[in-house]
Design a protein around this ligand. Structure first.
Ligand SMILES: [Zn+2]
Length: 446
C-alpha cells in the first residue's frame, strides 16, 4: 500500500475527490444536530434564541471552531458568530441562518412539533425547513471543512441570527449595527430561494437576489358604541367588512423588474403554468402571481369586548407585500381609494427603500450556479425575487451581496410546510442541501 501513497496524493491534488467527506457517516451527526436545534424551543415571540446559541456553542466547542455568542438587549435573545479561519487571501464568505421559528398549535400536528421525530424518511419539527435545517447544514459545513482540512483562502463564517421572524432588529440588525466589521464578507448565503422539483426531478434553482418588502398596515374603522339591541348604521364592524370586501378584488397590475423578467423568461419554456408573450408574463399560478403584484393579506381582526355592546372600533391588520419598486405611501393611498369613503384610518410605519438586488455577476451567484451545474446538470439557475422577507434585505443594505437559497429540493406541495403544520424535511433533501452548501463553501475557499 505504502508504495502507492505518492500516486494517491498526486491524484488527490489533481482532483477534489479526496476532499469528499464520508457522507453516510456525516448523516447521523447532521440529524443529531438538527434534532437538538428543533428540541430547543425558540418560538418567536418570545424567541429565547440564546438557547439555540448554546446548542451551537456545544457543537462548535466539540469541533474546535472559534465562536462567540453576543447577548442581545432583550432577555434570552442573542446571536452567534462562528469563524473558520482561512489564509485571509480573499474576503470571507458568510453563511447566515436564523435560530427563531414561528409559533405552532401542537393540536394540529401529527407529531409533537419540538420532537424532531423521523417518520417515513422525513424529519418533523418546527423549523425543519424554516430554517433550522439550513442552520444545521451550515454549521455542519464548517465542521466538515475543518475535519477534512480543506485549505481555505478565506474565512468561512456562520452567523446564527435571532428575531428574523419578527423583522430582525434584535438579530441581524443588531449585529450589523454593533459588529459590522466582523461580518465583512465577499458575499452571504442565506435562505429565500428554492430548488423546485416537479415529478421527482429538479425543474429550476431559484436564487433569491432581492425580496418583496413587508408592511403591516392597520386599518381601523370607527363608529359609535352603544347597546346592541338598537342597531346603528355606523357599526364599525359593518364598515370594516365593507372596506375589506372592496379591497379583496383589487390589485395593482402585474409588473416586471430585471430580476423577475429574467426569471419568467427562462421559466416559460419549462413550466406550463407560465406563458411569456411579447415581453410580458401570463400566469394564474398564485405562487408566481405573488412575484408580479403587490399583495394584501388580512391576518388579524380586532373588535368588541361584550356580546351585547356595539364596539367603538373594528380593526384589521393588512399584511402587505410590496414589490421592491413600490412606494408604500402611494400603495396606502390606493388602499384608501379602494376602501372608498368611510370612517377609516390607515396606520403604518414607513421604511427606507429596499437596497438594489444582488448581482448575478457576483461571486456568490456564480459559485451557486457552478455547484448546481455539477449536482443538477441541465437545470437552470435563475435569479429570484422572493415573496417573503428575510435577513437578506438588511445584509444587502449593509453592502453585503446576499444570495438566498433553500438548498433542499422540494416539490411545490412541500413548500406548504413553511410556517404550517407538520413542517418536515426529507432526509434525502437534507443531505443534498449539505452537499450543496459544503461544495459552495469549499469552492469559495479555493
Ligand atoms: Zn426563515
Amino acid at each position: 500500500m505504502l508504495k502507492y501513497l505518492p500516486w494517491i496524493l498526486l491524484l488527490c491534488l489533481a482532483s477534489s475527490a479526496c476532499a469528499e467527506p464520508n457522507w453516510d457517516a456525516v448523516r447521523d451527526d447532521l440529524i443529531e444536530l438538527l434534532q437538538a436545534l428543533i428540541h430547543t424551543d425558540t418560538q418567536n415571540p418570545p424567541g429565547n434564541e440564546l438557547a439555540a446559541c448554546r446548542v451551537l456553542e456545544a457543537f462548535f466547542e466539540e469541533e474546535g471552531i472559534r465562536h462567540r455568542t453576543y447577548k442581545g438587549d432583550e432577555k434570552g435573545r442573542g446571536n452567534l458568530l462562528a469563524r473558520l479561519h482561512g489564509t485571509g487571501a480573499a474576503q470571507p464568505v458568510l453563511l447566515v441562518a436564523h435560530t427563531d421559528v414561528v409559533p405552532f398549535d401542537s393540536t394540529e400536528w401529527s407529531v409533537p412539533p419540538l420532537s424532531g421525530e423521523i417518520r417515513d424518511g422525513y424529519l418533523y419539527g418546527r423549523g425543519a425547513l424554516d430554517m433550522k435545517g439550513m442552520l444545521a447544514v451550515e454549521a455542519m459545513t464548517l465542521a466538515l471543512l475543518k475535519r477534512e482540512n480543506v485549505p481555505l483562502q478565506r474565512d468561512v463564517l456562520l452567523l446564527a441570527t435571532a428575531a428574523e421572524e419578527t423583522g430582525g432588529s434584535q438579530g441581524v440588525g443588531w449585529m450589523l449595527e454593533r459588529h459590522r466589521e466582523e461580518l465583512d464578507a465577499a458575499f452571504a448565503l442565506n435562505e429565500g430561494g428554492r430548488i423546485m422539483v416537479r415529478d421527482g426531478r429538479p425543474l429550476y434553482v431559484a436564487v433569491q437576489t432581492e425580496e418583496k418588502v413587508a408592511y403591516n398596515v392597520r386599518l381601523v374603522a370607527r363608529g359609535t358604541t352603544g347597546h346592541a339591541s338598537v342597531p346603528r348604521i355606523d357599526n364599525p364592524i359593518f364598515a370594516l367588512a365593507r372596506a375589506l370586501a372592496k379591497i379583496e378584488y383589487r390589485a395593482t397590475p402585474p409588473q416586471l423588474d430585471p430580476v423577475t423578467r429574467a426569471f419568467f423568461q427562462a421559466l416559460a419554456p419549462l413550466d406550463s403554468t407560465v406563458q411569456w408573450v411579447n415581453g410580458t408574463v401570463r400566469t394564474d399560478n398564485p405562487v408566481y402571481l405573488a412575484l408580479l403584484t403587490n399583495a394584501v393579506s388580512p391576518t388579524l381582526l380586532e373588535s368588541g369586548f361584550k356580546t351585547n355592546v356595539i364596539p367603538p372600533y373594528a380593526a384589521v391588520n393588512l399584511n402587505c407585500r410590496l414589490l421592491p419598486s413600490q412606494n408604500v405611501d402611494a400603495f396606502v393611498d390606493s388602499l384608501r381609494t379602494w376602501a372608498g369613503p368611510g370612517p377609516y384610518e390607515f396606520h403604518y410605519n414607513a421604511k427606507s427603500a429596499p437596497p438594489p438586488a444582488s448581482s448575478v455577476d457576483g461571486a456568490g451567484f456564480i459559485l451557486i450556479e457552478q455547484v448546481c451545474g455539477e449536482m443538477f446538470p441541465g437545470v437552470p439557475v435563475l435569479p429570484y425575487l422572493s415573496p417573503g422577507a428575510s435577513d437578506g434585505t438588511r445584509l444587502r443594505r449593509a453592502g453585503i451581496p446576499t444570495y438566498g437559497l433553500l438548498p433542499f429540493p422540494l416539490e411545490e406541495s412541500e413548500t406548504g410546510y413553511f410556517h404550517g403544520k407538520d413542517e418536515r424535511v426529507s432526509l434525502e433533501a437534507l443531505m443534498t442541501g449539505l452537499k450543496l452548501v459544503y461544495r459552495v463553501a469549499e469552492l469559495a475557499g479555493k
